[in-house]
Write a protein that binds this ligand. Structure first.
Ligand SMILES: Cc1ncc(COP(=O)(O)O)c(C=O)c1O
Length: 399
């Protein structure tokens, strides 16, 4: 817990801690976090005057710079202005929100959908409103922070089960009364590991257990399934998922998030989710960009095809260098290096050779799994691959 100092000592303690942090950051030429890029063009970013290949973005389909997406955002800005300056419940709802909700619900194979201003809030909303005292929550231990934030607000006991392990879930369920309402929480594609959830096996375990299934498909949407309809569609189990939530800040190249389900579930959420009731609506510009990206997904299949071609090519490179990719099955590919010193040194070498990546160290990942989180995009070109190959070869040779 945060060591809460006496009131009169408080400003001093905070000031000291902050100053220490700044000093630590200044000590490194390449501080590990909070980089500010001076420019961005496609997969290239400019950092300290140097152009680097971005290899840790979640722009899986490369749509963030797609002309149709940019034009849709521009038009929405002209039509709706910069912000709704209000919550959906009060003065913040616009036709662009309803249109996006209808189109996304149809795309996902759900009756209804609700969009909010961040994926993080959407994922919290997918849990907190639906849980009552006496219920039980079972969550994969590697779930995203937004899901744990929703679980933390819910008035029910929560248990973690071993990552992607239906047997572990079955064992946990076996200790509980069959009739007790239970919520199961998982991700479709795990953002850090790149693993796909074994949904059919998990759902089989949940049969006859009075379970309500919540799936965060932030990294599956646009990546898996026909036209990128997501992990549940990939396995043909959409009707078994009660709440499907996710983010627009990955393959849909925008910001904001969504919760989809039956009409009743979505209506209930709209009147019970604090994250929606007390927070301003998704900006119309971001709604329009997400909607344009959704159209592109359905009309230009080449992006999804190229994403998987690039993913296979990238994985071949990493396998050839005998790097540990934690069994990633998707375009989200971790390079597991085990300890933070190795991660930092590897990361620096990649930067030196022209590739920008993101480090992830414990407690963001399990102990011993400190890693560099990379993600391939449909937009990576042959020229990008040459730079990536040279950088990884150099970094892997010398650590
Ligand atoms: C699995 C998962 N869920 C939810 C979120 C939150 O989405 P956003 O960043 O759009 O708020 C993220 C983002 O990192 C994520 O990876």
């Amino acid at each position: 817990m945060f060591p809460f100092p006496k009131r009169n000592a408080f400003p001093n303690a905070i000031a000291q801690r902050c100053a220490g942090d700044v000093l630590t950051r200044l000590r490194h030429k390449y501080a590990p976090y909070y980089h500010t890029f001076a420019a961005q063009k496609g997969t290239r970013v400019t950092l300290d005057g140097r152009e680097l290949v971005m290899l840790s973005s979640n722009d899986y389909l490369g749509l963030a710079c797609h002309p149709k997406v940019i034009e849709a955002g521009r038009r929405a800005l002209g039509t709706w202005g910069a912000s709704t300056t209000g919550a959906r419940l009060s003065n913040g709802s616009r036709a662009c929100h309803s249109e996006l909700e209808e189109r996304l619900a149809a795309f996902l194979g759900k009756e209804a959908c609700h969009v909010c201003s961040a994926g993080y809030l959407a994922c919290m909303s997918a849990i907190q409103p639906f849980v009552e005292k006496g219920d039980l929550i079972f969550a994969d231990k590697n779930c995203h922070s937004s899901l744990w934030a929703g679980i933390g607000l819910a008035p029910a006991r929560a248990e973690r089960f071993a990552h992607n392990n239906p047997d572990a879930l079955a064992e946990s369920l076996s200790f509980e009364k069959q009739g007790t309402p239970k919520m199961i929480v998982m991700e479709g594609v795990y953002s850090m590991e790149g693993h796909i959830a074994p949904l059919p096996e998990i759902l089989r375990v949940c049969e006859n257990q009075n379970c309500f299934f919540v799936l965060d498909d932030a990294h599956g949407l646009g990546v898996l399934g026909k036209q990128g309809r997501g992990t549940a569609a990939h396995f043909g189990v959409t009707d078994k998922v009660d709440v499907l939530c996710g983010s627009f800040s990955k393959a849909l190249a925008s910001t904001g998030g969504f919760v989809a389900g039956s009409r009743d579930v979505v209506e209930y959420l709209r009147t019970h989710s604090k994250q929606t009731i007390f927070s301003a609506a998704l900006s119309p510009v971001q709604a329009a960009c997400a909607m344009a990206a959704l159209d592109v997904l359905q009309t230009e299949p080449e992006h999804l095809q190229r994403l998987w071609e690039n993913t296979r090519r990238y994985r071949q490179l990493l396998d050839g260098l005998k790097l540990d990719t934690w069994g990633s099955e998707t375009p989200a590919v971790p390079i597991v290096l085990g300890v933070k010193e190795r991660v930092y040194s590897f990361w620096q070498k990649l930067i030196r050779h022209g590739v920008f990546t993101v480090m992830s160290i414990a407690p963001a990942v399990p102990p011993g799994k400190d890693l560099i989180r990379t993600a391939i995009s449909a937009a990576h070109t042959d020229a990008d691959f040459e730079i990536i190959a040279t950088a990884f070869t150099a970094a892997a040779r010398s650590w």
